[in-house]
Write a protein that binds this ligand. Structure first.
Ligand code: AMP
Length: 196
């Protein structure tokens, strides 16, 4: 299976680039942010619990997101070619759980591919996205800054977890959507060849 984490801080373009990669490489998408927003829209107990964290720009507790990913992986049929994980794992605890869940399915993570973007650019992009995304957590600058802080303290160490497994790749997340996609495809094409 081709299992890839598309990694990067909030606003680095993970959602946009995931959509393009899924189409090109025929992979399945697992975005914990999308799954949580869906739970919230349906006003489930999980969604309402998660909302308390999301609206402050804080990470939702590990056990909640790990449980969600576990059930999505269990639902995947044998025809699944692989997954793009978007916004997950966001803590080292989540990364360890993902490693275990994939091992249980008889597969493994191929690579973490990081989109690198400067902090100034991130905040600018998210506030701009907030004008149209309908996401409350994109509109308030203090919430956006909390999300970047959570990334720096809790999520950035996930890259080290996969560096120690020699599974880390990085590309620049600056420039046009097509330029960034081109850089990602260079990395992906090499990974796909290795998987065959
Ligand atoms: P995203 O759409 O990935 O930017 O996620 C939006 C918000 O959902 C985050 O700011 C967190 O509050 C929550 N969230 C999404 N994914 C995770 C995760 N893997 N771990 C903890 N919280 C998450």
């Amino acid at each position: 299976m081709i299992n890839i984490i598309l990694f990067g801080p909030p606003g680095s373009g993970k959602g946009t680039q995931s959509a393009k990669l899924l189409e090109k490489y025929k992979l399945s998408h697992l975005s914990t942010g999308d799954l949580l927003r869906d739970q919230l829209k349906r006003e489930t107990a999980l969604g309402l619990e998660a909302q308390k964290y999301m609206e402050q720009g804080l990470l939702v507790p590990d056990e909640v997101v790990i449980g969600m990913i576990e059930s999505k992986l269990d639902e995947a049929g044998p025809e699944t070619k692989g997954f793009i994980f978007d916004g997950f794992p966001r803590t080292v605890e989540q990364a360890k759980a993902l490693d275990d869940l994939l091992a249980r399915k008889g597969t493994t993570l191929m690579s973490l591919v990081a989109l690198e973007v400067t902090q100034k650019e991130l905040v600018k992009r998210i506030l701009l996205r907030g004008e149209t995304s309908g996401r409350a957590d994109d509109r308030d600058e203090a919430t956006v800054l909390n999300r970047v802080k959570e990334y720096d303290t809790k999520t950035a160490p996930v890259a080290d977890h996969y560096k120690s497994q020699a599974k880390f790749h990085a590309v620049s997340g600056l420039g046009s959507i097509e330029d960034i996609f081109g850089r990602l495809c260079v990395v992906m094409d090499k990974l796909v060849v290795t998987a065959q």
